[in-house]
Design a protein around this ligand. Structure first.
Ligand code: KIV
Ligand code: ZN
Length: 512
């Protein structure tokens, strides 16, 4: 069956949206997981944004050997050179350059004429092609652009060496039939279009990103740009899991499929939400908690008689595990490694040791360890390598007749610092003391506690949202003691803030 290429932009369009920033270690984990999932093209980032972004793209290019690795660049020659520097170590490098094409963008943002933009696009694509034969050219705000100009610039870009032409619905404005029609128009009016792959890049402002992407494919596009859990600028990009599972489920109608290993979809979705601290809504298609839950009596009756009655996708096909009760106090390192592997987490020795000692600590407090507990351990201990602050110790005294008091020990760039402080409640005391040590100016926007599994011995999972200057970050922490979980979540969020603030060229990043 003919294949549609899947281009994942979780680490670029996704990572640049508020609350989704990741550090180097986290980006590498996501990239490795995307490779395992057999994504065709991984957009690793925007190297010109900051040194940290450059390094992340370069490292991803080094470790991923199967997928194509692409980096985005404006048409600015320095951006293109920088993108190439970052990806030149990749087994299959691709440069992705873009320019706006709509009158709205040309007149109000670029302040350039169509002729100037044509020339800029030609020069940029030529420069990118001098480095690699895989060059993608995107026409930003394509769906609000003049069609003749769009066709003209696409023809020019292909003439200059572009091998993929991307038609972004940047503001999520198009309707499915209209977007499909635009793709058809381009394939019929650009004389050299047969030399390039047409790509769809749809935003979800009207909730139509997946529908628009599918319509593009039905009209000749053969690459879809999407992101895990649908993350991305504003309302996000087309959700990768929805796109892939539509092809898998409706091969009969679409007569197309992808190379993606669908069994890795659920582990990848969980990995991303553990890393970023942003949960997937329960009713989210494919990966939401309720995606396979049948509540009404008539549906349950049908499912018990024959799954086909109400289930169009099996949980196994996206990698949802059968059993969730897994390990206990007597389980060994080997059993833990195997279970984590089933959940999609390949551990090196050091990470496994870290996870194992936390697992043993938890097993002493809690009889049954569920998959969700293990995922929380991995998220807490392994995925989050604290950049700046590390919580060493917290002790809180609280009760109906005491002033809540916290004593906290943090490691700050190798130095151990201890402080004590009071608060209105135990969490407030803990946060105020951590804030005193770290001298943070951030504002706590939200705080929530969830239990990971049932029972009074369940681990509590705490999520906090902080804001400082223009930055918003999420932090997560888990523990059987919710005050400790809260402190972990707060420290995690402060580390994310510190990481973001290290990126001095955020203004450039915002331009993409
Ligand atoms: O949405 C958009 O237009 C983009 C391009 C830069 C590809 O993300
Ligand atoms: Zn986009």
């Amino acid at each position: 069956m003919e294949k549609v290429l899947i281009f994942d932009t979780t680490l670029r369009d996704g990572e640049q949206s508020p609350g989704f920033s990741m550090n180097l270690n986290e980006k590498l984990r996501v990239a490795k997981q995307l490779e395992k999932m057999k994504i065709d093209i991984i957009e690793a980032g925007y190297p010109r944004a900051s040194e940290g972004d450059f390094e992340a793209v370069r490292e991803i290019a080094k470790i991923v050997r199967d997928a194509q690795i692409t980096a985005i660049a404006r048409t600015d020659p320095d951006d293109i050179d920088c993108a190439w520097e970052a990806i030149k170590g990749a087994a299959h490098p691709r440069i992705h350059t873009f320019v706006s094409t709509s009158d709205i963008h040309l007149n109000h943002q670029l302040l350039k004429s169509k002729e100037e933009v044509l020339e800029i696009a030609k020069t940029a694509v030529k420069r990118a092609s001098s480095y690699t034969s895989e060059v993608e050219f995107s026409t930003m705000d394509a769906t609000r652009s003049d069609r003749d100009f769009l066709c003209q610039i696409i023809k020019t870009a292909i003439g200059a060496g572009a091998t993929t032409v991307n038609i972004p619905d940047t503001v999520g404005y198009a309707l499915p039939l209209e977007y499909g029609e635009l793709i058809k128009y381009i394939s019929e009016h650009v004389p050299n279009i047969h030399k390039a792959v047409i790509s769809a890049h749809c935003h979800n402002d009207l909730g139509l990103a997946v529908a628009n992407s599918l319509s593009a494919v039905q009209n000749g596009a053969r690459q879809v740009e999407c992101a895990i859990n649908g993350i991305g600028e504003r309302a996000g990009n087309a959700s990768l899991e929805e796109v892939v599972m539509t092809f898998r489920t409706r091969r009969d109608y679409l007569k197309l499929d992808t190379n993606v290993v669908s069994e890795q979809i659920y582990p990848t979705s969980r990995l991303l939400s553990h890393i970023t601290g942003v949960f997937v809504q329960p009713n989210k298609a494919i990966v939401g908690d309720n995606a396979f839950a049948h509540e009404s009596g008539i549906h349950q009756d049908g499912i018990l008689k024959e799954k086909l009655t109400y289930e169009i996708i099996t949980p196994e096909s996206i990698g949802v595990a059968h059993t969730s009760l897994v390990l206990g106090k007597h389980s060994g390192r080997h059993a833990l490694r195997e279970r984590l592997k089933d959940l999609g987490y390949e551990m090196n020795k050091e990470d496994l040791n870290q996870a194992f000692s936390r697992f043993k600590e938890l097993a002493d407090k809690k009889k049954d360890i569920f998959d969700e507990d293990l995922e929380a351990i991995v998220a807490d201990e392994v995925l989050r390598i604290p950049d700046k602050y590390k919580l060493i110790y917290i002790n809180v005294v609280s009760g109906s007749v005491t002033v809540p008091t916290a004593t906290v020990q943090l490691e700050l760039e190798g130095k151990i610092i201890q402080e004590a402080g009071f608060g209105d409640g135990p969490v407030d005391a803990a946060f105020k003391t951590i804030a005193k040590i770290t001298d943070t100016k951030s504002k706590l926007l939200s705080y929530s506690v969830d239990s990971i599994t049932g029972g009074t011995d369940a681990q509590g999972k705490v999520t906090v949202k902080l804001e400082e200057e223009d930055y918003t970050v999420m932090g997560q922490g888990a523990h059987t003691d919710i005050i400790t979980a809260s402190a972990r979540a707060y420290v995690n969020a402060l580390n994310r803030l510190a990481y973001l603030k290290k990126s001095p060229e955020k203004a450039i990043k915002d331009a993409v």
